[in-house]
Each structure stands twice: as C-alpha cells, then as structure tokens.
Write a protein that binds this ligand. Structure first.
Ligand SMILES: Nc1nc2c(ncn2[C@@H]2O[C@H](COP(=O)(O)OP(=O)(O)OP(=O)(O)O)[C@@H](O)[C@H]2O)c(=O)[nH]1
Ligand SMILES: [Mg+2]
Length: 429
C-alpha cells in the first residue's frame, strides 16, 4: 500500500514536577529546603530513514505522545529527563501544521532530524526558590507541559525528473525501458496508481532519478481522475518530461493534450510551469505519428521547444532524450520548496500562536468567567495547588498579566466563579 498523506497528533512529554522537601538530619534541628527539580520531558523527533518508501506506518499509529520527565526527589535529587521519542519517516516527507498549513520540516536526507513537538522543562524544586526573605520556601513548580499539535505528513518523492501526461501515453513503458524499475504497464487508463521511481544511468556515466506518475486528465487539479494528489510528487522534480501519444489512436489531438496538461500544471500552482519541460513525442512507431508530429510542431509554433520523438515500445530515440535530460539537469538549480527556520524558532512558533500567547475571557451559561490561553494555562499547569506559596505566586502572575483588571472590566464581582481548564475558584477583591 502506498500512502503519501496522513494527519497525526504529536505531543512532547511534560516536564517532571519539582518538589517541596526539607532536610531532616540528625544533628540539624531545622534542615534547609531540599526539593529537587523535575526532569525534562521528551521531544518528538522525526528522523529520515532511507529504507522507508511510504507513510504507511502512520495509518496504524496516529498518536505520538512522548514520555514525561521524572519528578524531582528529596535531597535535591533531580528527576531523570526522558529520552526523545524518535519516529522514522521516508525521505521526502514534508511536515506541516494541520491548523494553518505552515511548513515545520522538510525531511530529505537519510539521518536528517527535526524536533516536531518539544518536551516541557522540568519544574523547579523548592531549594531553587530560596531567597534571603524566604530561606525555607514551601514552593515548587509542576513540570512544563510538552507542546502538542496536529500535523500533516506529505510524501513528495525525490526525483530529478518527472513523467507527466495523459493516461496510457506510455509513461510507465518509458520508465521501464530506461531504468530497472518494473512499473505496471497496460492498455487501459490509470494503470499506474502510485508514483514509481527509477534510477537512469546513461552511457557517459551520468545518471538521474526519474519518477513515473499516475496519468492526469482535465480537471485533475480539482480532483478529477486520480486527481492532483499525485502532482505533489512533481514538486521536487527539476525537469518535467511531458509525454504525448503521437499516434492519435485514442482519438485525442496531441496538441490539445499538451495544452490541457499544462493548464493542469499551472492550476496546481507550486510554479510547476516554471520548470523546464521536455516534450516526449511517444509511439512514433505507429502509422500516423509522423504526420501528427509535424502538425503538432506547427501548432506549437515554438522552434525553441525541446521535442524528442521516441518509441518507448521499440526503444527508438531514447539516448538523445536521456542526454538532453541530463544536460538540462546540470543547468537547472534545485527548486527550493520551503524555507525552514531553525528548530528553536519553529517549535516556539508552533507551540503558541498569535493571540493564544495572551489570555481570553468568556462567559458561560452559569455566569462563570472562563479564562483560557496558552501562556495562562501553562502557568496554571505548572502551579502546585497543594502549597499556599505556589497559589500566591500564581495569583501574582495572573495580576501581572492584567487578568484581574480584565475580569473587573468584564464585570466580575467579589465571589464570582472563575474557571481555568477544569478548575474553579472565587474572584476576590
Ligand atoms: N505502439 C506503442 N505503444 C506504446 C508505446 N509506449 C507505450 N505503449 C503502450 O501504451 C499502453 C499504455 O502504456 P503505459 O506505459 O501503461 O502508459 P502510462 O502513460 O503509464 O498510462 P497510465 O499509467 O494509465 O497513466 C500500453 O499498452 C503500452 O504497451 C510506444 O512507444 N508505441
Ligand atoms: Mg503508468
């Protein structure tokens, strides 16, 4: 099964909790604070494995939750940090945010890694809150929650050149005679259901990777036929081989075919038409092909166009075509698909977006004020409500964020209910 598009959920591990503890030693009446920090939660890391060819494994596992860090211990013992959760992906995997489509990582080379969801840091134990004013704080933090997000994985095969054209024009046949690939070939439409890759080696020692794609028809960009879903695989190719059936045996006009496919490429966007194209006039072994080719050239009216008459079936004209592809590849730069910022920026970007960094106040039917927002919820989750000092610290942080004032503005009165996540407390003036 070939799977090239999946949506999955990833969550970095939460940090371990810091704890409140005090030394109890034989000859020391009042030991100092000794609560250790929690360990760091694990990141979810993707790594490219060249042994993988599809995203099939993700069909069966769609949730990736990394383990949390260990909690701190007494005697200032730090909790152990959790080991990263490493997930293998095939080369050519593009990771985007399901929410807004932003690209998080483009994983191409074997061994390449990217942090997709960051683990939270460990909460600090009470020995870290010691100050001259408070030598024995009853205050510690819970671990920071790991970031969580829904992502889309798309596989975009890594080929230098891609074969496009109507169904049954001979794309797979061509791939099969210039490489060791064994794609399915038949005289009905949509024989090829998934992209095939072949390595082409030419006589002068040069070589390139060639992809055979499922046939396109008018409206493919809008999902007709096998749809544009496979066009994503041309996105990385630098040169497009536009295969046209010159025999006219199916009753279509070769020039119209040519125009239709180019329109589909244009509609698909991704600037596919900016890529150099080589026109492969196939099935030249058939009786009407010569005449059709002459007519095609007239209609095209472009003397610069690279047109190679071949017969994939009888293997005629292949060398000239392959040399030309290799030449063109040499002068065609890589097409940058995405610009990716470095890991740190990416994970911060994806953890909390825009207004989430702030807080939001909504009213519920029962009159309660509901507070939400990433920063606030994060602070909340890191507060250990078993200790008054922690609660007071959280109250101070909320005030610092302007939440008290905002609540008052929204009409909150002494004794009103305020909710954060599943907890509630009273608003006190
Ligand atoms: N006469 C002739 N027939 C060819 C040639 N190349 C391919 N064919 C035939 O055309 C039919 C379709 O070939 P495929 O290679 O499966 O075509 P395709 O473009 O991959 O088709 P889809 O995968 O359906 O998009 C088969 O019956 C081939 O034998 C050629 O050069 N000459
Ligand atoms: Mg095919």
């Amino acid at each position: 099964m070939f799977v090239d598009h999946v949506k999955v959920f990833v969550k970095g591990g939460d940090g371990g909790n810091g704890i409140v503890a005090f030394r109890r030693e034989k000859y020391i009446a009042y030991g100092g604070p000794s609560g250790g920090d929690g360990g760091k939660g694990a990141n979810v890391v993707f790594i490219v494995d060249e042994g993988l060819r599809t995203l099939m494994d993700f069909r069966y596992q769609r949730h990736f939750k990394a383990p949390r860090g260990e909690h701190g211990g007494s005697k200032n013992m730090h909790g152990r940090s959790a080991d990263d959760m490493v997930v293998k992906v095939p080369p050519g995997t593009v990771v985007t945010s399901a929410e807004d489509g932003r690209v998080i990582a483009d994983l191409v080379e074997h061994g390449q890694t990217a942090v997709i969801a960051k683990g939270g840091r460990g909460g600090r134990g009470n020995s870290r809150f010691v100050s001259p004013q408070n030598p024995a704080p009853e205050l510690s933090e819970m671990g920071e929650p790991g970031s969580e997000l829904e992502i889309v994985l798309e596989l975009k095969v890594l080929a230098d050149a891609g074969l496009v054209g109507f169904p049954s024009v001979g794309k797979s046949t061509l791939l099969s005679v210039v490489s060791a690939a064994k794609p399915k070939i038949a005289d009905y439409h949509f024989t090829t259901l998934v992209p095939n890759l072949g390595m082409v080696e030419i006589e002068d020692g040069r070589g390139f990777a060639l992809a055979d794609l499922p046939g396109l028809i008018e409206g493919a960009h809008a999902g007709i036929g096998l749809g544009h879903q496979f066009l994503r695989h041309i996105e990385r190719t630098r040169v497009i081989l536009h295969v046209i059936d010159m025999s006219g045996l199916e009753g279509r006009d070769p020039y119209e075919d040519y125009v239709t496919i180019n329109e589909e490429l244009e509609q698909y966007n991704m600037r596919l038409l900016e890529r150099p194209q080589i026109i492969v006039a196939n099935k030249m072994d058939m009786p009407d092909s010569e005449d059709n080719l002459e007519l095609f050239k007239e209609q095209l009216g472009d003397s610069e166009a690279l047109i190679f008459p071949i017969s994939a079936l009888t293997r005629k004209g292949l060398d000239a075509l392959l040399f030309s592809v290799a030449d063109l590849l040499e002068v065609t730069p890589e097409f940058p698909l995405y610009e990716i910022k470095d890991d740190e920026e990416v994970s911060v970007l994806y953890k909390y977006e825009g207004d989430d960094a702030d807080f939001k106040i909504t009213r519920e039917d029962d009159g309660a004020f509901v507070l939400s927002g990433y920063t606030l919820e994060r602070l909340f989750k890191m507060t250990d409500f078993n200790f008054d000092a922690s609660i007071r610290k959280f109250a101070r942080q909320m005030r610092g964020m302007g939440i008290d004032d905002a609540l008052r503005e929204r009409g909150a009165k002494d004794g009103d209910t305020v909710r954060i996540l599943e907890f509630e407390f009273e608003f006190l003036e």
